[in-house]
Ligand binder design. Structure first.
Ligand code: SAH
Length: 611
């Protein structure tokens, strides 16, 4: 079940005209299903597709087939090649240019709507280079006005997008009027930004509307409009009513009430209509989900216009209104309201009833993904590229506040960041699952490796408790360097022989179990890494561990106390069993105790490979 972090850009292609470029891109393309175009003279290389015409001609033929094109060429040459092909930023592919060494990855065109900025960030991370982004919102650390609704699948409505984006770039006050949909996007903006407009203090220079309505209050300012998908359309119809008739009824209703059809989340009706061709066709053409409810379920919804005639026919006194309300109602979020009560449309071609309910939360319609990411001991250089890419790709990052601070440089504008206190692990797990179930890509981060005394197990436990089918949300785990490995690398090679890790925290494990494991490790002569060795309240455990591990080992056995490894306040103390308790040990320390053969040489700690 391999899954590429580049799926969102598929189909993607690269053009590599030289052997070095092919060499750099070939593994990346093979791993991520990216087509690698090369000149005919290199057609013998594995995994490549030769272009037989001139590159200019070839480009013309592939232009509209790919969502992104990566060029390994001089920027000037690329500009000349693509100039005649550029049409519109909403439909052109993202154009990326990089040097042969993969050091600089430039987002040249389609940075926002084509996803080019995001593609160059991910590609740069994959190749260990820099993403070069020159758009104004990237440098202001703001999500682009023309893409800010994408993670929540808001639909773009009317507006002068260029003019509003210009005002953002000029850092002019921009008024945001959000009537519906999630406000999560507002929570992680930089400390100061142009959306902080306060009524009365300054006058806004542009407006961003986030609404399910079409007729805005016209202002003498550039305006744009995003439509979150919050409206559920409840439908009833006579058997055999044509799709066009139903679509007309919906359109007329929306026009009459001033609602945007782009804000339609989906359709809802009674189970009996699950095979109604007109409704099925309307759902399919527009890619609307269709929710079906039993008569008994619908009968329980209280509606303004119940009909005894309908009740007699289908066993519930309301179809359209009840189905709309039911579809819009979520267990966890705010209140649902019926915004259009039952409208009846009769014609020679059938009869349709339409009702519309507004959901407190927008429909996203994606299968969310959970990335469980270990962010290593501290230094960003100790995070593997795949883990970095997962962090960059995520719509939401959830973690303990200290670790979120450490990875701040990897965050990108527009990401939703949710930080929690150290004790709120279960809340973190539950929140990440709920956001992924909603349809977002969520990265849960833990320091070190997420599967070693980290959030990994907890997220799986919560998923299983919630009846997870193992597939949805999708889960991918990204390994990190655990504290014990990072410490060992600082010390030399203390873990060359059999070793184990034991956590001295008895918050989730009974102390007698911990003691048993310490005793077993002592008897088996394992090298031992002690995690969570001492907290403010748990001061005795390390003394007990010391006593147990000293039983069969010489007082001279090397011990390392490694604190805040690979963070600015890193501290390494190399001591021995006899003296270890005389040194400070706290929750930021990992303790490594050698086995009977471990030696100290100068400031190195080494365990020989064999006995
Ligand atoms: N998932 C983490 C462990 C979390 S448990 C990992 O794989 O490293 C927390 C304990 O890990 C701390 O009490 C400490 O013993 C150890 N630890 C985590 N980061 C550390 C660091 N940078 N330096 C030293 N010890 C660390």
């Amino acid at each position: 079940m391999s899954q590429s972090l580049f799926d969102q850009f598929s189909p993607l292609c690269a053009i590599a005209p030289t052997p070095k470029a092919i060499q750099i891109l070939q593994p990346f393309c093979a791993k991520n299903g990216v087509t690698l175009f090369v000149p005919p003279e290199f057609q013998d290389q594995t995994g490549v597709v030769p272009y037989t015409e001139k590159l200019r001609v070839h480009l013309q033929s592939i232009w509209s087939q790919y969502r992104g094109i990566i060029f390994v060429m001089a920027t000037g040459a690329v500009v000349r090649l693509i100039a005649p092909l550029l049409e519109d930023k909403s439909s052109d592919p993202a154009i990326i240019v990089m040097d042969e060494g993969g050091e600089n990855v430039i987002s040249l065109c389609g940075g926002h709507q084509g996803g080019g900025e995001q593609l160059s960030r991910l590609l740069a991370q994959e190749l260990g280079g820099n993403a070069i982004l020159t758009g104004a919102s990237a440098s202001l650390k703001l999500p682009g006005v023309d893409i800010m609704g994408k993670p929540l699948q808001w639909q773009k409505g009317e507006g002068d997008w260029t003019a509003v984006s210009r005002m953002v770039a000029h850092q002019q006050p921009v008024k945001v009027v959000q009537e519906v949909g999630s406000t999560l996007w507002q929570k992680s903006l930089p400390e100061t930004h142009c959306f902080q407009f306060q009524e009365g203090e300054t006058s806004p220079q542009a407006e961003v509307w986030i609404t399910d309505r079409v007729s805005l209050v016209k202002a003498n300012l550039p305006q744009v409009c995003w439509h979150p998908r919050v409206l559920w359309v409840g439908l009833g119809c006579e058997r055999g009513t044509a799709k066009e008739v139903i679509a007309d009824a919906v359109r007329t209703t929306f026009q009459q009430y001033g609602f945007a059809e782009k804000s339609i989340a989906g359709l809802a009706t009674i189970e009996l209509k699950g095979d109604e061709v007109g409704i099925l066709a309307l759902a399919e053409t527009n890619n609307y989900p269709l929710k079906l409810y039993s008569a008994a379920d619908l009968n329980q919804v209280s509606v303004p216009n119940p009909s005894p005639v309908v009740a007699q026919e289908v066993g519930t006194s309301s179809v359209a209104e009840a189905a709309a309300i039911k579809a819009a109602t979520l267990e966890t979020a705010g209140e649902t309201s019926l915004v259009v009560s039952k409208q009846i449309f009769k014609s020679d071609h059938g009869a349709v009833t339409v009702a519309v309910a507004r959901s407190p939360r927008e429909y996203i319609g994606n299968t969310g993904q959970l990335y469980l990411v270990g962010t290593g001991p501290g230094d960003l250089n100790q995070i593997p590229p795949a883990a970095r890419s997962a962090i960059t790709k995520a719509d939401v990052i959830i973690g303990y506040s200290l670790y979120l601070d450490l990875i701040r440089p990897l965050q990108r504008p527009g990401q939703i960041i949710e930080s929690y206190a150290i004790t709120e692990e279960r809340q973190r797990a539950q929140r990440s699952i709920s956001l992924a179930n909603w349809g977002l890509n969520v990265a849960v981060v833990s320091s070190g490796d997420i599967g070693i005394y980290g959030m990994g197990g907890l997220v799986f436990e919560e998923l299983i408790a919630a009846g997870w089918d193992g597939k949805s949300p999708k889960v991918a785990v990204f390994p990190g360097i655990t504290a014990m490995q990072a410490a060992a690398a600082k010390l030399g090679a203390p873990l060359t022989h059999d070793f184990c890790a034991i956590s001295l925290s008895d918050l989730l494990t009974p102390w007698d179990v911990i003691e048993k494991r310490l005793t077993a490790a002592a008897e088996a002569d394992f090298i031992v890494g002690l995690y969570n060795p001492r907290s403010r309240t748990r001061t005795e455990h390390i003394k007990v561990a010391h006593r147990i591990l000293s039983a069969d080992r010489s007082p001279e056995t090397p011990v390392a106390l490694v604190r805040s490894i690979s963070r600015p306040d890193e501290q390494v103390i190399l001591t021995n069993l006899k003296e270890m308790l005389e040194h400070p040990i706290d929750m930021l320390t990992v303790v490594i105790i050698g086995n009977r053969t471990t030696k100290q040489h100068q400031h190195w700690m080494i365990t020989p490979r064999g006995y």
